[in-house]
Design a protein. Sequence first.
Length: 181
Amino acid sequence: MSIHDDVEEILFTEEQLHEIVARIGAEINRDYAGKNLLMVSVLKGSLIFMADLMRQITIHCAIDFLAVSSYGNGTTSSGEVRILKDLDQSLAGKDILVVEDILDSGNTLSFLLKNLSARNPASIRLCTLLDKPERRKANINADYVGARVEDKFIVGYGLDYAERYRNLPYIGVLKPEIYQG
């Protein structure tokens, strides 16, 4: 049995994802020209998006990674946010672009942006591949949004369920029997 069999419907194909990433990359190139850009990937979900987005960036930039936890193996946020891996460099004076896979409740990203803002960056903005505004609990919006999605359980292109399905080359809706089972 293939992991593809667990997907109910494909929301974004590989080609559509490439177009979304190229569009966001062009916006970032325009907005950050001449700035001290540091792209911060929120692991693990944004890894694939970040890798593809970096290849669209034609201006000078640096990258770093951090890992946070608020989900565990569940389907909804626990509400408790923990930094599992912090950044390797100082943010002072840098233009920070936090790169995330999905903006859902906003609780994790709200915590993270407050934490990073306290480190004296020149600026801080948020880039998310997907935005699920129906689920928002925190007062937060992304500066760069790939696409808005309905409140469905989606996987692929870095998004997971219990650490699985990140390797799907597209984004799809997971069959309910997989996560309700």
